[in-house]
Write a protein that binds this ligand. Structure first.
Ligand code: GYE
Length: 304
């Protein structure tokens, strides 16, 4: 049919397109899963993907975007390491007529027309889910230490805010220390060691902004001679397979889902733009919390 051949034609046209992907780095299992999702989706749909790893530095991302523009890419996928400082480079992309899709994190710009769409979770909600679970589990009484994500990152800011809003409803819950663990196992462990040194058995619970930091904290708790998941409750966000394993082992209590498999959605958004269709400004990923009791049953179906 005519409609079908038009679809085939446009599929073929997209196949000759080049997309630039500016990724933050490989700080967590979650992020590696996202990289894989975007790379494999590009390949599946026949796009040429130019991949750039920024090693956690915004200036490297800005350089990458400028180089994508200079090379005349047809679209850009950006995972922004921090929220602010994007106005100028996104104006350059806009002037070159290159649509920019934000994956997994938001930004703060004066003009939201500088990007096509954001595909990300609601991090405030994720923080609330973690806080609500902990309030329930402790009957509203807990000394909590918090491991924050990278400074200035949307999920670090919003996961802190959502969790804070929830626990402030409970006069018996207090965040006694809060510091960045930079999203990594190594740094999460290091910061938890310092928290344990200062507060020891006074700590009832750890809230980590991602699973990798929680897994580092679990290691620190064990080395300190306490039992993670029992003496100190541990709740985190991401829902990676290693976190499910830690729940099966009884060392992690709960993890909030966050979807990293954004490749198909990112290319759908770009193709809608190429076809002149409107794209939602925020394609929100819906998350839920997973608890230890269900982990054994769920672990085999986890993809990352
Ligand atoms: O939770 C964390 C990562 O931006 C949602 O970044 C993402 C976060 C994710 O490195 O593990």
């Amino acid at each position: 049919s005519l409609a079908l051949s038009a679809t085939l034609l446009s599929a073929q046209a997209f196949a000759e397109l080049t997309i630039g992907f500016s990724q933050i780095g490989a700080e967590s299992a979650w992020r590696s899963a996202e990289t894989e999702s975007i790379k494999s989706e590009a390949e599946k749909r026949g796009y040429t993907l130019k991949f750039s790893d920024a090693q956690q530095k915004q200036e490297n991302q800005i350089k990458a975007i400028r180089s994508f523009i200079a090379q005349g890419v047809d679209g850009i996928i950006l995972a922004p390491v921090v929220e602010t400082g994007w106005d100028r480079v996104l104006k350059e992309a806009k002037a070159a007529d290159i649509p920019v899709v934000l994956v997994d994190r938001g930004i703060k710009v004066k003009d939201n027309d500088l990007y096509l769409s954001k595909i990300a979770s609601d991090f405030v909600f994720e923080g609330k889910l973690a806080g609500a679970w902990l309030a329930q589990e402790t009957n509203g009484y807990a000394n909590i230490v918090e491991l924050q994500g990278g400074p200035g990152a949307a999920p670090a800011i919003d996961r802190k805010a959502g969790f804070g809003q929830m626990v402030e409803q409970f006069p018996g819950m207090e965040i006694t220390a809060s510091q960045t663990g930079e999203w990594t196992r190594t740094k999460g462990k290091e910061v938890m060691e310092a928290f344990l040194k200062a507060q020891g058995e006074e700590i009832d619970a750890v809230y980590a902004h991602n699973d990798d930091m929680a897994l580092g904290a679990i290691q620190a708790i064990k080395e300190f001679g306490l039992m993670p998941g029992k003496d100190i409750l541990v709740v985190s966000i991401d829902g990676v397979k290693a976190a499910f394993q830690a729940m099966v082992d009884g060392e992690l209590n709960a993890t909030v889902d966050c979807n990293p498999l954004l490749g198909p959605l990112a290319f759908d958004a770009l193709e809608m733009a190429f076809n002149g269709k409107d794209v939602d400004k925020w394609i929100v990923q819906k998350d839920k919390i997973n608890v230890q009791q269900d982990a054994a049953e769920m672990i085999d179906s986890r993809m990352f």
